[in-house]
Design a protein around this ligand. Sequence first.
Ligand code: G
Ligand code: G
Ligand code: MN
Ligand code: NA
Length: 257
Amino acid sequence: LELENSLRAALERHEFTLFYQPQVHGMTGEIVGMEALIRWKHPEKGLISPAEFIPVAEETGLIVPIGEWVLYTACMQNKYWQQKGYAPIRVAVNLSARQFQQRNLVSMIARVLKQTGLDPNCLELEITESVAMQNLENTIKLVKQLKDLGVHISIDDFGTGYASLSYLKLFPPIDTLKIDRSFVRDISQNPRNASDALVATMIVLAKNLKLKVVAEGVENEKQLKFLLERQCDEFQGFFFGKPVPAKEFEQFLTRQP
Ligand code: G
Ligand code: G
Ligand code: MN
Ligand code: NA
């Protein structure tokens, strides 16, 4: 309850902030997107990781106003950079289970796009595989409505959701699979390694489904080489950049050609 109250106060006192992590195109090495990741700037405790407060925000329902703040802030920031003359890139925002159950989710997103003036094509919404699986019928309906807005949809933490692969059959409208970093971490360049086989197979699966595939948690050359040889489309990870505040992220952006 204490944490719940301080989360509520944090929202009112504007103590949340967004960090951005670059997403890089495999072939060109160009930056094509960024993932927005929330942080809590606690006046005494300093930066608090979302892993510590998102679960409570989720349980208490506070994730709904917090999630709306995240979406609005990420869209505003992206629009601002485009107006400053940087080449347009996508911003990816994480949606939580609770947000996904909100009746007005689609209208909220439509409103934020209108308020910020961001091109829907420059917004990507990340749904974790386990959230997508919870109520598949609802997910399919929602994803269709979101696609009608013109935004991109990705499946986050792909491969970790205890999901039957058959759920992918129901998903013509999703755009992207994000291979969970637990698989990428264990890439060993050893043909008998299970993670190597799984990552290679996930890339082929995405390609056969005509989905874009992004590897998360890329930390070193060895992983990058493995992923490039298998034509993984995009990369995200500490090798290319950690999540950083907006001001610092600007160094990754390039001027409009
Ligand atoms: O940024 P970091 O790796 O510490 O994030 C930890 C977890 O918090 C990740 O699973 C990430 O998806 C989640 N997370 C970060 N920002 C947000 C957000 O804005 N909304 C939701 N729902 N989850 C977030
Ligand atoms: O669950 P989701 O994929 O939304 O969360 C992204 C999380 O992964 C963030 O908390 C981010 O800090 C973390 N992350 C991003 N890149 C790397 C990486 O290369 N290595 C590790 N260990 N974590 C990463
Ligand atoms: Mn994510
Ligand atoms: Na993930």
